[in-house]
Write a protein that binds this ligand. Structure first.
Ligand SMILES: Cc1cc2nc3c(=O)[nH]c(=O)nc-3n(C[C@H](O)[C@H](O)[C@H](O)COP(=O)(O)O)c2cc1C
Ligand code: SF4
Ligand code: SF4
Length: 361
C-alpha cells in the first residue's frame, strides 16, 4: 500500500466529513466515567479565589481521547524534577484568569486541523496577568504536525514568551476513513513519554536560565508550515478560519433525534462536550451551541441520537482525492455507519478496534 504523509487538516477533514465516524454501541458509562478521560477530568478544579496551585509552573492540557493527557503528565513529571513541584489542569478546569504567579506554563492540545480549536482559542482569549512569563507548547497528532505557528502569536498577544515547542504522534481512536497503518499507531508510547518527560525538564531548566538573564536562549519563532503538496486548500482549511468558516467549509452539521435519546438515563454527550455545547435539560434541547467539531458526541452516543450528518459533508470528495493519489486503504464510508464498540471507547475501558470493527475490507 502506498503510504501517504498525513498533512495537517487531512484527518480533520475526513473525520469532520463523517468518513471516520465510529461509536460506542454498548454499555452506558456513567457521566463521571466519561468525564474522567476528557478535558473535564481527573485533576481537581481551580479555586476561583486564589492562584490555582502551589507551584511556580503549571501544565494545562486539552485532550479528547487521552493521548495529550499522557504527554502532559510526562511533561509535568519532568518539570517537577527540575523545579520540585508543578501543577496540572485539564483546560476545562483551568482558570485563565488565575495564572498570575506561574513563571512557566506548559500548554498542550491535540492537533485538529490548521486552526486552533474553540476551547484552546477561547482559553487563550481569556488569559490575563501572564505578561513576561514563559510558555512552551506541546501537541499530539496523527501526522506529527502541529499548528504552533497559529498559537504562538496569540499567546504573544498576552505577553507570554514562547521558549519551546514539541509534538508527538498520537494514535487516532475513530479511524474509519483513515489510511492505515498510520505512523501514529501505538503512540504516544513509552519512548515518547520518556522524551516528553525529558522535554519538560529541559524547558524548566531553560526557563530558569532565561529568567536569570540569558535572553539569547529564547528561540526564534517557528516558521509557517508549508502546505503539503497536492493538498487542496478547500480540504485543508486555513489557520485563519474562524470556527464558523471552517464549519461551513466542511459542511459540518450536527443532528439530534430526541426519540432515540436516553437522557436523563444517559448524559454522555453533555458530560463530554469540551465546549459545553449540549444542554439536554432545556426544551427545546440544545446541541452544538457552541460546537468545535470534535465529533465526540457522535462517537460516544450509544444510540445514534446525536450524530454528525455525513451526507452534508464533503467526505466523498475526500475519498476521491486520496483515491486519485493511489491510496487504496481508505476505509469504506457507510451511508449509515455501524456503531462500533471501538475507537473512542478505548480510553473508557472498551476494547481497541479491530480491522473488522473498522469495516476494513
Ligand atoms: C476531530 C479530530 C480532528 C483531527 N485532526 C487532525 C489533523 O488535522 N491532523 C492530524 O495530524 N491529526 C488530527 N487528529 C488526530 C489527533 O490529533 C490525535 O489523535 C491526537 O493524538 C488526539 O489527542 P487526544 O487523545 O489528546 O485527544 C484529529 C483528531 C480528531 C478527533
Ligand atoms: S457538540 Fe459534539 S461535536 Fe460539537 S464540540 Fe460538543 S461534543 Fe464536539
Ligand atoms: S444524545 Fe446520546 S449520548 Fe447524549 S444523552 Fe442522548 S443518548 Fe446519551
Amino acid at each position: 500500500m502506498k503510504k501517504i504523509e498525513a498533512p495537517i487538516g487531512r484527518r480533520q477533514f475526513l473525520i469532520a466529513a463523517g468518513v471516520t465516524s465510529t461509536a460506542l454501541a454498548a454499555g452506558l458509562a456513567t457521566g463521571a466515567g466519561i468525564a474522567n478521560a476528557a478535558d473535564n477530568s481527573a485533576v481537581p478544579g481551580a479555586d476561583p479565589n486564589k492562584k490555582q496551585g502551589g507551584s511556580k509552573c503549571v501544565v494545562i492540557f486539552s485532550t479528547l481521547t487521552g493521548n495529550t493527557e499522557k504527554v502532559a503528565r510526562a511533561i509535568q513529571k519532568g518539570m517537577e524534577q527540575a523545579t520540585g513541584g508543578c501543577d496540572i489542569f485539564p483546560i476545562k478546569d483551568a482558570n485563565p484568569h488565575k495564572l498570575a504567579g506561574y513563571d512557566l506554563i506548559a500548554f498542550g492540545y491535540p492537533l485538529m486541523g490548521p486552526m486552533l480549536k474553540m476551547n484552546v482559542s477561547s482559553f487563550i482569549d481569556d488569559l490575563r496577568y501572564v505578561g513576561g512569563r514563559h510558555v512552551f507548547l506541546f501537541t499530539t497528532s496523527d501526522s506529527g504536525g502541529n499548528n504552533f505557528t497559529a498559537c504562538i502569536p496569540r499567546l504573544k498577544e498576552h505577553g507570554l514568551i514562547a521558549i519551546g515547542w514539541k509534538g508527538w504522534h498520537g494514535s487516532v481512536y475513530g479511524p474509519l476513513g483513515d489510511p492505515t497503518p498510520s505512523k501514529a499507531d501505538g503512540h504516544p508510547d513509552k519512548a515518547d513519554l520518556a522524551d516528553a518527560e525529558a522535554f519538560g525538564k529541559e524547558m524548566a531548566a531553560l526557563s530558569k536560565k532565561i529568567y536569570a538573564g540569558d535572553k539569547g536562549l529564547i528561540p526564534k519563532e517557528p516558521v509557517k508550515e508549508e502546505r503539503h503538496e497536492g493538498e487542496p486548500a478547500e480540504l485543508v482549511g486555513s489557520a485563519n478560519d474562524t470556527n464558523e468558516q471552517y464549519m461551513k467549509r466542511i459542511h459540518f452539521k450536527l443532528m439530534y433525534d430526541q426519540s432515540k435519546c436516553l437522557y436523563p438515563k444517559c448524559q454522555r454527550c453533555m458530560d463530554f462536550c469540551p465546549v459545553y455545547g449540549i444542554d439536554l435539560t432545556l426544551e427545546p434541547r440544545v446541541y452544538g451551541k457552541p460546537c468545535m467539531m470534535c465529533e465526540m458526541c457522535d462517537q460516544l452516543c450509544p444510540t445514534g441520537a446525536i450524530y454528525v450528518d455525513e451526507d452534508q459533508m464533503q467526505w466523498q470528495a475526500g475519498i476521491e482525492h486520496y483515491a486519485e493519489k493511489g491510496v487504496t486503504q481508505i476505509y469504506k464510508a457507510y451511508p449509515k455507519h455501524p456503531r462500533f464498540v471501538v475507537g473512542y471507547g478505548r480510553p473508557y475501558g472498551y476494547d481497541p478496534y479491530t480491522k473488522e470493527q473498522r469495516g476494513d475490507k
